[in-house]
Design a protein around this ligand. Structure first.
Ligand SMILES: C[S@@+](CC[C@H](N)C(=O)[O-])C[C@H]1O[C@@H](n2cnc3c(N)ncnc32)[C@H](O)[C@@H]1O
Length: 333
C-alpha cells in the first residue's frame, strides 16, 4: 500500500489494530518512492470508469493510487524492468491495468492499437527511478562502477559512451552547459576530448573521476552530478519526448480530463509551463496583425497557477523529491 497516500495514524489507535488492506497490496518503495503522490492524485482527480494514462509507471506508486481511486490505467514505461516490476506488484488489479513497454512520446500508437480514442487523464513523472539510479549495471550512477550506458530503454540506439566518445568538443560543451548547467562545461569537455584520444570512455567511474578532476569537490553533491544529468537527458532525448508526449496526451484528453506533470529540471518545468500557457490562451495578438486572432491550440485551462512543490516532510523523508514541481491542466470542452 502506498504509505504516502493512505497513511493512517495507526500508532494512535487505542483498540486492536485492524489492517484494512490485504498484505499483497503493501508497497515498500524499494523500487521507487513516488513523489508528490497525494497532491498529484488529488489534482488529477481520477474517477471510476475512466481510463488514465500513466506514461511513466516506474515503481507503480502513482498508478496504484489512480487504480485505488477507481480509474483504470494504461501504464507505460520505456524500461522493461519497470513493466516487469509493475506486472508483479500490481497484477492483482487484473483487467483494470494495462501495461506496455513504450516511450510515452509514442502513446498515440499504443492507444490506437488498443482502440482507445479518448482518455480520462494523464500523468507523467519524469526522469529516472531510484531503481535505475541505484542499479550499477544501468550506468546512471556516478558512484558505482558500471557500463557507460544510461539508456532507460535498453533497445534504443545511443548510449552515454557513444556521446562521450563521439561528440565534438563544442557539442559536449553545449550539452553540459545547457542540460547540465555545469559552470565548468568547457573545461570538462576539453579534458574528455583529450583523454579519449588515449582510450575510449567505457565505464561510469572512469568518467566521474575525470569530471571530479576538473570540477573539484564542493559541498555534499557529487561533482559529476550535472554532467551525468546532461548525458542522461541527451541519451534519452528527455526534452524532445516531453514536448511530443504533452502534445499527444493533451490531444487525447476528453473534456474535463486533466494532465499532471512532475518535473525535476528547470528546462522540463519551462516546457510544461509554456505548453500550458500556450494552450490556455483564447486569443493571440501580434503588433503586425490588424486584430487579435483565435488561438487554434486553445484547449486547456490551468489548474495550478504556480507549480506545487513537496512539503517539508516529504523533502525530509525523500531527498530526491527536493527539485520536484507539479503542474496540472484541464481539457476544456
Ligand atoms: C520517476 S520514475 C516514475 C515513478 C513512478 N511515477 C512511481 O510512482 O513509481 C520515471 C520512470 O519513467 C520512465 N520514463 C522516463 N521517460 C520516459 C518516456 N519518455 N517514456 C516512457 N517512460 C519514461 C523511466 O524509465 C522511469 O521508470
Amino acid at each position: 500500500m502506498n504509505a504516502l497516500l493512505f497513511e493512517r495514524p495507526v500508532w494512535f489507535a487505542t483498540g486492536p489494530l485492524v489492517l484494512e488492506e490485504e498484505p499483497q497490496e503493501m508497497e515498500d518503495f524499494t523500487y521507487h518512492r513516488p513523489v508528490l503522490a497525494t497532491e498529484a492524485i488529488e489534482l488529477l482527480a481520477p474517477h471510476a470508469g475512466s481510463l488514465v494514462v500513466d506514461g511513466t509507471v516506474g515503481g507503480g506508486g502513482h498508478t496504484q493510487a489512480i487504480l485505488k481511486a477507481g480509474a483504470d490505467v494504461l501504464a507505460l514505461d520505456q524500461d522493461p524492468d519497470a513493466i516487469a516490476h509493475a506486472r508483479e506488484e500490481l497484477g492483482h488489479f487484473g483487467g483494470r491495468l494495462t501495461l506496455r513497454q513504450a516511450n510515452f512520446r509514442n502513446a498515440d500508437k499504443i492507444l490506437d492499437e488498443l482502440g482507445i480514442t479518448k482518455i480520462g487523464g494523464a500523468i507523467l513523472d519524469l526522469g529516472v527511478s531510484s531503481y535505475q539510479l541505484e542499479n550499477a549495471a544501468r550506468g546512471f550512477s556516478m558512484m558505482r562502477s558500471g557500463p557507460l550506458d544510461m539508456r532507460m530503454d535498453p533497445g534504443s540506439p545511443t548510449t552515454a559512451a557513444d556521446i562521450v566518445n563521439r561528440y565534438s568538443e563544442e557539442d559536449l560543451t553545449r550539452l553540459f552547459r545547457e542540460l547540465g548547467e555545469e559552470p565548468a562545461a568547457r573545461r570538462v569537455a576539453s579534458l574528455m576530448v583529450k583523454m579519449r584520444k588515449d582510450a575510449f570512455f567505457t565505464e561510469t567511474l572512469q568518467l566521474s573521476r575525470v569530471i571530479e578532476k576538473v570540477v573539484g569537490r564542493h559541498g555534499r553533491r557529487h561533482p559529476a552530478t550535472q554532467v551525468f544529468q546532461a548525458l542522461r537527458m541527451e541519451v534519452n532525448d528527455e526534452l524532445g519526448a516531453l514536448e511530443q508526449g504533452l502534445r499527444i496526451l493533451t490531444a487525447r484528453l476528453e473534456p474535463g480530463a486533466r494532465i499532471a506533470v512532475i518535473t525535476f529540471h528547470s528546462l522540463e518545468d519551462r516546457i510544461v509551463k509554456n505548453f500550458i500557457r500556450d494552450h490556455s490562451r483564447e486569443w493571440l495578438d501580434k503588433p503586425e496583425w490588424p486584430e487579435p486572432r483565435r488561438n487554434p491550440d486553445h484547449d486547456l485551462r490551468p489548474i495550478t497557477d504556480k507549480p506545487v512543490e513537496p512539503s517539508e516532510n516529504e523533502r525530509r523523508m525523500n531527498p530526491r523529491s527536493r527539485s520536484a514541481k507539479l503542474r496540472v491542466a484541464e481539457k476544456i470542452g
